[in-house]
Design a protein around this ligand. Structure first.
Ligand code: DGJ
Length: 716
């Protein structure tokens, strides 16, 4: 024992002597983050921005600010890390020990920097994974210690970044159910701006974990320095932006420390969630394309695979359906030409049949009255009709009026000594409990085992964590928010391992729960219950900064009947197309139009799903909106143009296209029109050079209300 103590003192002494001036460049093809271990042993962030190409220049960089600041030392602002040691001391001084750089796969490197306190045996490893071609950096931290008893982690950021610029502008996202991803911008002046969530499960119902951050001056699609950042955590998060007395800014991203003190036992590693960011010196458009390319290649489930078009029954039936109605709707799916029929909420529960959202949640057996021949009949009917069958579940939740609640109150997050309150008449199961994890896994596994023909799940989550108390965690209640999310990931990991090819939609009463860690397990997300195409122009625009079109489910419904079926469908075709409509509500022409639109969508998938997105005109900028997809080989582009409520007599100027090959010749043709409609697009059918289209452009817009156009631009 004495020998061990002497040894560790010697080691500490040795590491003090070994502090060196080390430069660590973390870089992609275009981004550079330079960290520096100074002679005082501390790690500083010297630079962030456009990649520096000459290693010899790095020496000339200023020292910068301590990279991962801790509580209790000389800094007076918000720290990245705060721990309480066994002796109640809460100071931590991290010094550089070593770093490694490893190539994980082609074009992906990981740098790990080890820091340690020389008074307390606490180690922090900062990880930086660089995706060279996509210019994305992923960062997270690992915290561990060798103190006798658990140390208390009070805050534990995934990342801390420092900026020293003349001005800072933040574009943030806010919203609510049916108002998701509303964007607004604000300059950051002295003090703190915090974006956070405390909702537990439906964590980003009010604000999703993503931000756009502009340096020096306000950026635009193609100009200016911009950082896009997002946290991969399906729970409470917090972003802090703090401008100090010297006008420097720190950005701290991680799990929200609110009611989340975490007791970390000796020898265990606390790994924070991943924070991803990209930097662009040529505006927001490039930064978004970085995220899209990276997500398709590395993060989104089946990111490089195709997606299924579908017909969902939610809006056409709600809870009011039976087997025959569903079989009829499958016939509609066939008529439309989509790939799948998706059965939504309301198919389960017998003691408490799910005739509304007031009961039955948790009892995952088909309601006999509604489905006397079970799910199998539906799977068989779909197979007969040569379409796939998908099904809705909400496996983390329970209605108090259910058999599950009656049998397993101990599985429900609830306060033992208070009256329960409900969000959408339901409560949240305690996923910190491994038995509950088994149950939730069993919902998918049970259905898949019984009905292997199920080809798709829509996984919903309609309540935040309410009545916050875990019967399982007992005296570790402040672990609940963190352990819930970890429990969810355990379940999703098991599902992915057993059913690797099963596509799933992430839904949370709209998009109340979207992040890139969850999207490892989901092929797409439901962007909003608001399917009014005008609102969708904004919602889909907002998410497009981070998420590629193939991940964003967009369905044609009857919301906003002022908008034609064409307008509604054209909006949905900019995402992952689906329908949630009764064909009996459509006129003959409408149906013919939809059938043709589905065919077009399938034909145009390489541009919409795999292509580069250019946001030509923002819906926030006035009564029009337009965006463009260009295939990677630049042989095809698609322009989507929308006139919402233009002013009378408005002069419509040409809009310059982007991303084409200036040298190539392109034929311009308006497509996806109503039967019998002829195009009023100037230059329709003509051939132009890419140079012309990018310098002069096309008159995309009209003075018509709720008017839309899709234009196909194809090399000759
Ligand atoms: C909320 C979802 O966002 C809707 O699409 C639908 O699935 C309902 N839940 C069902 O309860």
């Amino acid at each position: 024992m004495r020998l061990k103590a002497i040894l560790s003192v010697c080691l500490l002494a040795l590491s003090t002597v070994l502090y060196a001036d080390e430069l660590i460049q973390i870089r992609t093809d275009r981004i550079g983050l330079v960290l520096r271990a100074e002679k005082d042993g501390r790690l500083y962030q010297s630079y962030i921005g456009k990649r520096l190409n000459n290693d010899s220049d790095l020496q000339n960089l200023p020292k910068g600010t301590e990279a991962y600041l801790t509580h209790g030392m000389e800094d007076y602002l918000e720290p990245a890390l705060e721990v309480r040691h066994n002796d109640a001391n809460a100071s931590l001084l991290l010094k550089y020990v070593s770093h490694t750089i490893q190539n994980i796969e082609p074009d992906v490197d990981e740098t790990v920097i080890t820091l340690r306190d020389d008074q307390y045996p606490v180690t922090v490893k900062l990880h930086y994974v660089t995706y060279a071609k996509e210019n994305i950096i992923k960062t997270f931290s690992e915290i561990s210690h060798e103190e006798k008893k658990p140390i208390k982690l009070e805050r534990y950021a995934s990342a801390m970044l420092h900026f020293s610029n003349s001005a800072y502008y933040l574009t943030e996202y806010s919203g609510d159910w049916i108002y998701e991803a509303t964007m607004s911008s604000t300059p950051l002046n002295f003090g703190k701006k915090v974006l956070d969530s405390k909702l537990g499960t439906r964590a980003n119902m009010f604000t999703p974990p993503m931000f756009i951050f502009l340096l020096d001056k306000e950026a635009s699609e193609n100009e200016g320095e911009v950082i896009l950042g997002t946290l991969g955590w399906t729970g409470n998060f917090r972003f802090t932006f703090e401008v100090d007395n010297k006008k420097d800014l720190r950005v701290i991203a991680g799990i929200n420390p609110y009611y989340s003190e975490y007791a970390l036992p000796k020898g265990e590693v606390f790994r924070t969630p991943d924070f991803y960011f990209t930097y662009s010196d040529c505006g927001e458009g490039q930064a978004s394309r970085n995220f899209h390319d990276w997500a398709r290649k590395y993060q989104l489930k089946d990111g490089e695979k195709d997606r299924l078009t579908l017909l969902n029954n939610w809006e056409s039936t709600y809870f009011d359906f039976d087997e025959n109605k569903l079989v009829d709707l499958m016939g509609d799916a066939v008529k439309l030409g989509v790939d799948m029929f998706l059965l939504d909420d309301g198919w389960f529960g017998n003691k408490h049949p799910r005739h509304s959202d007031t009961q039955g949640l948790g009892d995952w057996e088909e309601t006999h009255d509604k489905l006397p021949n079970g799910i199998q009949r539906l799977v068989d009917e779909a197979a007969k009709k040569n379409i796939k069958f998908g099904i809705w579940i909400e496996p983390e939740m329970v209605n108090p009026k259910s058999e599950l609640y009656e049998k397993h109150k101990d599985w429900v997050i609830h306060l033992p000594n208070r009256e329960e309150y409900y969000f959408r008449n339901q409560m949240v199961l305690d996923l910190s409990n491994p038995e509950v994890q088994d149950f939730v896994f069993g919902v998918v596994d049970g259905l898949m085992t019984k009905y292997p023909g199920i080809a798709y799940f829509k996984w919903d989550c309609n309540s935040p964590i309410t009545n916050i108390y875990s019967p399982y965690l007992k005296d570790k209640q402040t672990h609940l928010y963190v352990d819930y999310v970890r429990g969810l990931y355990n379940v999703l990991e098991r599902i992915k391992a057993k059913y690797p090819d099963l596509p799933m939609m992430l839904c949370s009463g709209g998009s109340g729960r979207i992040d890139y860690e969850a999207l490892k397990y989901f092929t797409e997300f439901w962007a909003s219950d608001d399917t009014d195409p005008v609102q969708r122009l904004f919602i889909q625009y907002g998410y497009s900064f981070f998420y590629p079109a193939k991940s964003m489910s967009a369905h044609v419904t009857t919301w906003n009947k002022d908008a034609s079926i064409k307008f509604r469908t054209d909006v949905a075709m900019r995402g992952k197309l689906g329908f949630d409509i009764k064909l009996s509500d459509l006129s003959g022409d409408d149906l013919t139009y939809c059938q043709n639109a589905v065919k077009n969508y399938k034909r145009l998938r390489p541009a919409i799903m795999e292509g580069d997105l250019y946001r030509l005109v923002s819906p926030y900028s006035g009564p029009h909106a337009a965006n463009q997809f260009v295939t990677k080989d630049k042989n095809k582009a698609l322009v989507f143009a929308f006139d919402v409520y233009p002013a009378y007599g408005e002069k419509c100027l040409p809009v310059r296209l982007e991303g084409l090959d200036a040298e190539k010749q392109y034929r311009v043709e308006e497509i996806n029109m109503m039967p019998g409609q002829s195009s009023s697009l100037e230059g329709n059918g003509m051939v132009y050079s890419g140079d012309y289209l990018m310098k002069v452009g096309l008159t995309l817009f009209t003075g018509n209300k709720l008017h839309s156009r899709i234009i196909e631009i194809q090399t000759e």
